[in-house]
Design a binder for this molecule. Structure first.
Ligand SMILES: Cc1cc2nc3c(=O)[nH]c(=O)nc-3n(C[C@H](O)[C@H](O)[C@H](O)COP(=O)(O)OP(=O)(O)OC[C@H]3O[C@@H](n4cnc5c(N)ncnc54)[C@H](O)[C@@H]3O)c2cc1C
Length: 430
């Protein structure tokens, strides 16, 4: 994981009871804890490893509406409003900058994807615009001019993943939330047909409601209770360069690279056209539900059968709560970095903008992404288990929407006025 992740100290012993327990200390769970604590709701967040150590600190930090499915845009717009006031809310800079995001096209086919996205959101007032090659050069000078065109949203932005969730977690604790790290939740306890608590590795906490925000682990947690959440894992590798002169503050996504400025002056770079898709037993069980993604994204997936398959195979899918579970066996998921993909990404970046020829890699890491069949998260109550809500399956774009998703999940838990229409996130759409 990135060496820049800010570690935080939390309470170590569990309380006996609370109103709401949140499972998972990524940006979604932490944002929900902050929202609940600000409303004076007693809340305990349990993280099996370290706050933000999985996806929430490993991502690119893009906060985007561009290329987002139209029905997911209102959540992203709500998130923009929350990010804009975040520093004031939490009393610290989380690196939020409204510095714009641009996607580029090399071919007519790629350009037509940007055009159809723009027409799908034409009534949402995003301020997004198509760009000519000349306009691209004006915004991001010094390039080799290899583009047909692009799409650009000036109101998109970025924040620093290695800082944001930790800062939000501290703010949640200041507002009264109890956060506990190195404490896995093994199972839920139920009475009279509804949730009555959680069983952790330290014992039981009684509660009225549980929010599961377990990222890539949510499927396994629910599976133990007979609930099937269709998510499959993909692995993306990322590098950070040493501080360098770069062409722009705008985050740029080409067909086979993406980059954005890091607050320390380097750049965060990733391959955009390809991610690793290590096969697991779940691919065999639920892969058919992902057939559209496989059809359209087949060139983008580096499919392999190797160690992750066997590791996953021997990891229990059912367990009893009186013994250690998979969550304690792997406190922080640390997938293997694909250095070849990173070298390609760096090369593709400097082919497009020669300024990157001077880029030196400072560090690299990889993160496991939980993808749903329609690349849209589930933020909903679990009908089969009254008292349980989930906010998970963010499919590689939940950092930007995380603060809003957490607030929406908290609204659902409380039966409060909802931040946005939750219909796109219903569990029963699968
Ligand atoms: C390389 C990469 C690049 C990305 N780029 C972007 C981007 O630019 N913009 C964007 O918006 N998104 C991006 N994403 C996606 C984004 O990071 C995720 O969508 C988001 O962080 C998901 O947050 P989360 O809270 O759902 O999950 P996570 O951050 O994974 O948190 C879930 C937590 O739950 C804990 N947990 C699970 N089970 C249990 C249990 N039983 N008991 C206790 N704790 C448990 C885990 O340990 C984990 O810490 C990217 C992701 C990756 C990996």
């Amino acid at each position: 994981m990135t060496s820049k992740l800010i570690p935080i100290s939390t309470q170590t012993a569990i309380p006996q009871s609370t109103s709401v327990v949140i499972i998972g200390g990524g940006i979604v769970g932490v944002s929900a804890a902050l929202s609940l604590a600000e409303k004076n709701i007693p809340v305990v967040l349990l993280e099996k490893g370290q706050i933000a150590a999985e996806q929430s600190s490993r991502n690119l930090g893009w906060i985007r509406k561009t290329s987002r499915h139209a029905n997911d845009v209102p959540l992203a717009q709500a998130a923009d409003r929350i990010w804009a006031k975040m520093a004031e809310r939490v009393g610290a800079d989380v690196g939020y900058r409204q510095s714009g995001i641009m996607f580029l096209a090399k071919t007519d086919e790629q350009m037509s994807i940007h055009e159809s996205w723009l027409s799908s959101v034409s009534d949402l007032n995003l301020g997004s615009q198509l760009l000519s090659p000349k306009e691209i050069d004006k915004h991001v000078p010094g390039g080799r001019g290899m583009w047909k065109g692009g799409v650009y949203t000036p109101s998109d932005g970025r924040a620093e993943p290695a800082i944001a969730t930790s800062v939000l977690a501290k703010a949640a604790m200041n507002a009264g939330a109890i956060l506990i790290q190195n404490c896995a939740v093994r199972d839920l306890s139920r009475s009279a047909g509804k949730v009555s608590g959680v069983i952790t590795e330290q014992g039981e906490i009684e509660c009225d409601q549980v929010l599961l925000a377990g990222g890539a682990w949510s499927r396994r947690f629910l599976g133990n209770m007979g609930v099937s959440l269709p998510t499959l894992p993909v692995v993306a590798s990322v590098l950070r360069t040493k501080p360098m002169e770069g062409p722009t503050e705008i985050a740029v996504g080409g067909p086979d690279f993406s980059f954005r400025k890091h607050k320390d002056g380097g750049f965060i770079i990733m391959q955009r056209g390809k991610v690793d898709a290590p096969i697991t037993l779940d691919h065999l069980k639920i892969g058919l539900q992902f057939k559209d993604q496989l059809r359209f994204g087949k060139d983008a997936l580096n499919i392999s059968l190797g160690t992750p398959f066997f590791k996953d195979l021997i990891m229990p899918r059912r367990w009893s709560a009186n013994k250690p579970t998979p969550f304690e066996a792997e406190r922080v998921k640390n997938p293997a970095i694909n250095h070849h993909l990173l070298q390609d990404a760096l090369q593709n970046t400097h082919q497009a903008w020669p300024q990157f020829e001077q880029a030196e890699i400072e560090e690299s890491w990889a993160g496991l992404i939980d993808v749903t069949p329609d690349s849209t998260p589930v933020i909903d109550r679990v009908k089969a288990i009254p008292g349980l809500t989930v906010a998970t399956g963010f499919s590689g774009h939940g950092f930007g929407t995380g603060p809003a998703a957490g607030q929406l999940a908290a609204d659902i838990v409380l039966n409060d006025t909802l931040l946005v229409n939750p219909d796109p996130y219903r569990f029963d759409r699968f």
